[in-house]
Design a protein around this ligand. Structure first.
Ligand code: C2E
Ligand code: MG
Ligand code: MG
Ligand code: MG
Length: 291
C-alpha cells in the first residue's frame, strides 16, 4: 500500500506531467494569436485516379509555424483546438486560404478539387455552412472544386443538425467525404445515412495490406460497401507498389500516400503538379490472385 501511495504521489508531482500541462496552457494562449498572426501554412498532398493515373485532386493539410517551437503537426494542436473551442477560426482560415489558392491555380491551369478537413464541431454548426456559402460566393469558386472531409471521432452529439448541414452543403454543390473510415465510431448504418460522395479508407488498413492477410478482406469489403452506396472510394496512406497493386485489383477509385508524394507547400505542389500531370499507369497484376 505504501509503495502504491508513494507511486501515486510521485505521479502527481511528475515534472513531465507538470511541464506538459504548462506547455498546453502556453499553446492555448498562443493558439489565440496564431490565426491573426498568420502562423498557419497549408500543405497539399495529391490524390490520384487509379484507373488512369490522373491527379485530379489534393488534400489540404495544415501545419502551424510557431515562432518559438517551430513546425507543429496538426495532430498536436487540432484535437486540442477543437476541445477548447478554437478550431472554427482555424478551419475558416484554411478554407479561405484554399479557395484563394484554387482561383490562382485555375488561372495557371491547375484544375483540381481540393479537400479540407473539418471537425465535427464545425459540421454540426449551421453558421459554419453560412460561412462556406459566403466564402464560395465572395471568392467566386465553383463549389464542386471544394470537398469537405469529416472524421467521426468523439461520437456525434448533434446528429440532426449534422445531417441538415451536410444536406445543405450538398445542395450548394460542395463535395463531402467521410475520412478515416473504419476507425472510431463510424458504422455501416451511419455511413448509409450520410449524404456524402466519398469514403476514405483509414491508412491503418491500407498500410497493413502488406503484412496482414485479413486486411485484404477488410479493405475489399469497405470498397464494395462504398460502391454499393454509390460512393467514390479513396485509400489513404498508400506507401508501396504492392499496396497500390492490391488496391487497383480491388477496384479502389483513388489513392493518396507517400508512394505518390508527401504533402507539399502550395508553390512546391504547383511545380510538382505541372511537371507530373499523370502518373505512369501500371495495369493491376492479376497474377497475385492466381495459384
Ligand atoms: P487525415 O485527414 O487522415 O490526413 C492524412 C494524414 O496522413 C496526413 O497527416 C498526411 O500527411 C498523412 N499521410 C499521407 N500519406 C501518408 C503515407 O503514405 N504514410 C503515412 N504514414 N502518412 C501519410 P497530417 O498532415 O499530419 O495530418 C494529420 C491529421 O490532422 C489529418 O488526418 C486530419 O485529421 C488533421 N488535419 C490536418 N489538417 C487539418 C485541418 O486543416 N483541419 C482539421 N480540422 N484537421 C486537420
Ligand atoms: Mg483528411
Ligand atoms: Mg484521413
Ligand atoms: Mg487518417
Amino acid at each position: 500500500y505504501a509503495a502504491k501511495r508513494q507511486h501515486q504521489s510521485h505521479a502527481l508531482y511528475d515534472p513531465g506531467l507538470e511541464q506538459n500541462r504548462q506547455t498546453q496552457l502556453a499553446l492555448l494562449s498562443d493558439l489565440r494569436n496564431a490565426v491573426a498572426e498568420n502562423q498557419f501554412v497549408v500543405c497539399y498532398q495529391p490524390k490520384v485516379r487509379m484507373k488512369d493515373g490522373e491527379i485530379d485532386a489534393a488534400e489540404a493539410l495544415v501545419r502551424w509555424r510557431h515562432p518559438e517551437r517551430g513546425w507543429i503537426p496538426p495532430g498536436d494542436f487540432i484535437p486540442f483546438a477543437e476541445q477548447t473551442g478554437r478550431l472554427r477560426a482555424i478551419t475558416q482560415w484554411v478554407i479561405d486560404d484554399v479557395l484563394k489558392r484554387s482561383v490562382e491555380w485555375e488561372r495557371d491551369g491547375i484544375c483540381i478539387a481540393v479537400s479540407v478537413n473539418v471537425g465535427m464541431s464545425d459540421a454540426e454548426d449551421a453558421t459554419f455552412v453560412d460561412f462556406v456559402e459566403d466564402a464560395l460566393l465572395r471568392l467566386q469558386v465553383d463549389p464542386s472544386r471544394l470537398c469537405l472531409e469529416i472524421t467521426e471521432t468523439g461520437g456525434m452529439s448533434r446528429q440532426v443538425e449534422l445531417m441538415g448541414n451536410l444536406e445543405r452543403l450538398r445542395r450548394l454543390g460542395v463535395r463531402l467525404s467521410i475520412d478515416d473510415f473504419g476507425t472510431g465510431y463510424s458504422s455501416f448504418a451511419y455511413l448509409a445515412q450520410m449524404p456524402v460522395h466519398e469514403l476514405k479508407i483509414d491508412r491503418s488498413f491500407v498500410q497493413a495490406l502488406d503484412y496482414k492477410f485479413e486486411n485484404v478482406s477488410i479493405v475489399r469489403s469497405i470498397i464494395e460497401l462504398g460502391h454499393i452506396l454509390g460512393l467514390q472510394v479513396v485509400a489513404e496512406g498508400v506507401e508501396t507498389e504492392s499496396a497500390w497493386q492490391a488496391l487497383a485489383v480491388m477496384g479502389c477509385d483513388e489513392a493518396q500516400g507517400y508512394l505518390v508524394a508527401k504533402p507539399m507547400p502550395a508553390e512546391e505542389f504547383a511545380r510538382w503538379y505541372l511537371a507530373t500531370p499523370m502518373l505512369p499507369y501500371t495495369p493491376p497484376d492479376m497474377s497475385v490472385y492466381d495459384a
